[in-house]
Design a protein around this ligand. Structure first.
Ligand code: ADP
Length: 186
């Protein structure tokens, strides 16, 4: 079968870390940790958050309740419950208003703090969804550029992670991330 370019995964290596883009459902990832696009009360919700709690079972929510909350741009960690991933890092992206409410900085912080927490925990492999681009309304093109630039800057200066993967849920998001990564690595 001839496959269109849109079906193909994409990856690049920076220092000793592979940065990879795939299309899929993050709950199936076997990386050491997956990242959840959570809300600041860690209360569970729709989108990727709902999918992670459904698949991971009640243990993750019990741990979230104990932690209590997470400010926008920060990250906290729980076990992975019934998921294949051993951990879930819960980060909170910004709700997009008009681009003038520190959204770019807060989105970059969500990625940076998730990566830093992973390194601190000795985690080697991590999968991200596209944070803030669902219910939180962040424009996908700008979010993809910020997400990829932030991860690339981090892995240029930090050792420890062998794989950072973005798991994009729709064909369109996958295409946007691939085009953006091609532009950033050209
Ligand atoms: P936010 O509130 O941060 O916008 P959402 O969960 O609403 O979070 O959406 C973030 C992104 O996650 C969206 O691009 C959405 O399509 C995607 N998404 C939803 N479910 C999954 C899943 N199971 N795996 C990976 N990505 C998902």
């Amino acid at each position: 079968m001839i496959q269109g370019a849109w079906t193909q995964n994409m990856q690049t290596t920076i220092n000793s870390t592979t940065l990879s883009l795939i299309k899929g459902d993050i709950i199936h990832e076997e990386t050491d940790t997956i990242v959840n696009a959570a809300n600041s009360r860690l209360a569970g919700g729709g989108g990727v958050d709902g999918a992670i709690h459904r698949a991971g079972g009640p243990k993750i929510m019990e741990e979230c309740r104990r932690i209590g909350g997470c400010p926008t741009g920060s990250a906290v960690i729980t076990s992975g419950g019934n998921l294949k991933a051993k951990y879930v890092i819960h980060t909170v992206g910004p709700i997009y208003q008009d681009g003038k409410h520190d959204e770019a900085k807060l989105l970059a912080n969500a990625y940076k703090n998730s990566l830093a927490l992973a390194v601190k925990k000795g985690i080697k492999t991590i999968s991200f969804p596209s944070i803030s681009t669902g219910a939180y309304g962040y424009p996908i093109n700008e979010a993809a550029e910020s997400a990829l630039k932030t991860v690339m800057d981090f892995i240029k200066t930090n050792k420890g992670l062998s794989l950072v993967r973005f798991v994009l849920f729709s064909d369109r998001d996958f295409e946007v991330y691939k085009k953006t990564l091609a532009m950033l690595t050209a």
